[in-house]
Ligand binder design. Structure first.
Ligand SMILES: *Cc1c(COP(=O)(O)O)cnc(C)c1O
Length: 395
């Protein structure tokens, strides 16, 4: 079975190769070469390869149809650049503060820094792992400087309420862009700009890519200009910008992936349902609310007993099952961001020590589900016996 190591720097085994008998953490559901062929033929006959060609336009129109009427889609070279350029398109004062959860992938923080803003790592809701508008309003008086922007993150694709963030933006003047990198399936409204990644490991992949959905056409036009040298229908650079366009080839993959999406989604849902059933008697294991029922993503994150993630990770590793602490112990600990201001991060630390990514992909077999559930139950039973073996009243 093909697998891709989700971290670019994790090259212990090359993409596409699975270590013997191990259950990989992920295996992207990408279109096959034969699915791409009709779109590649169209590129050949049009002779149009990039610069907002017909396939990119069609891909954006089909993505827009997934949101409320009037939503504009701007595709970009990847999700990280999409966040950076969304912040740039908001013309925020350099050196001002952008609030973001530490409970995210480092890409969010890189985007903030690359946009010339100061990342301020704040805590999340202890249950959902999400930065909420109420949570951030309460924290604003403790900000390390003038807060001009905020990037709430949809934890592993969990649905986010963009209207609540629009209300927050109206009330505070703080500009918001939602990082819903893994939220292809759940993102349905963009009252503030919403970023979805199209990386191969995310829910719908084109390889490398991303898009920003927004109901504000002026913002989308500014963002579009940021992706194309600040040209506006001519060849005049109006301000400093960059090149972050999606090519026609990437759009071909995106269109083929969209054609297959209803079937891919059903395969993900079926795998999720089987995994949930296999673990239904394990009361210490909690899935994200609605995951595999109301929405789906290409990852499976479970909540385990407090502080047990590292021990469960080690036990599954020994059973030949790959797991992933997707967001480590929070991205404020990365050397790149160690000097950035942080708020209290108690909930982040608790989540880091009690959540774990389990193997999950569309083709997860019954045998792999059984092995994973069996090993996980064994690891949890091991924790129980460790606890009962260690009371202080030994003779
Ligand atoms: C994957 C991811 C990104 C970055 O997306 P790319 O398309 O890989 O650049 C940003 N934020 C989060 C939360 C992610 O998971």
């Amino acid at each position: 079975m093909p697998a891709v190591k989700p971290d670019a720097l994790d090259r212990a085994s090359p993409p596409g190769i699975v270590r013997d008998g191990r259950i990989p953490i992920a295996s992207p559901a990408m279109p096959r070469a034969s699915d791409l062929a009709p779109y590649l033929e169209r590129i050949d006959s049009a002779g149009w390869y990039s610069n907002f060609g017909p396939l990119v336009m069609e891909f954006e129109a089909r993505l827009a149809a997934r949101f409320s009427p009037g939503t504009c889609i701007v595709t970009l070279a990847n999700g990280t650049l999409a966040l950076t350029l969304a912040l740039e398109a908001m013309s925020l004062p350099k050196g001002s503060v952008c609030a973001l959860p530490s409970w995210t992938f480092v890409a969010t923080a890189h985007a903030v820094s690359m946009a010339g803003l100061v990342p301020w790592f704040v805590d999340v809701h202890p249950e959902t792992g999400e930065l909420t508008p109420e949570g951030l309003i309460a924290l604003l008086p403790q900000a390390p400087g003038p807060v001009t922007a905020a990037i709430p993150v949809a934890p592993m694709g969990r649905p986010m309420d963009s209207s609540a963030w629009r209300d927050f933006q109206d009330a505070t003047g703080v500009k918001v862009v939602i990082d819903a990198a893994a939220g292809f399936d759940s993102a349905a409204s963009a009252k503030v700009p919403v970023m979805v990644s199209l990386h191969a490991t995310k829910t719908l992949g084109v390889g490398e890519g991303g898009f920003i959905a927004s109901e504000d056409p002026e913002f989308s036009a500014r963002l579009r200009a940021m992706t194309n040298f600040a040209f506006l229908g001519d060849r005049v650079s109006r301000h400093v910008a960059t090149n972050a366009k999606l090519s026609e080839y990437a759009a071909a993959v995106g269109l083929a992936a969209l054609d297959r999406w209803p079937a891919t989604r059903n395969r993900y849902l079926a795998a999720a349902r089987r995994l949930r059933i296999a673990l239904s008697d394990a009361q210490e294991v909690t899935f994200q609310e609605g995951w595999g029922v109301d929405w789906i993503s290409s990852t499976c994150l479970v909540r385990l007993p407090p502080g047990s993630a590292a021990r469960v990770e080690a036990a599954l590793e020994a059973s030949g099952i790959d797991t992933r602490r997707w967001w480590g112990n929070g991205c404020h600990l990365a050397p790149a961001f160690r000097d950035c201001p942080t708020g209290d991060l108690t909930a982040t630390e608790t989540l880091a020590a009690s959540t774990l990514g389990l193997p999950f992909f569309a083709d997860l077999s019954a045998e792999q589900i059984h092995r994973t559930a069996w090993a996980l139950r064994g690891a949890l039973a091991g924790l129980q016996s460790q606890i009962s073996r260690s009371p202080p009243h030994d003779p």
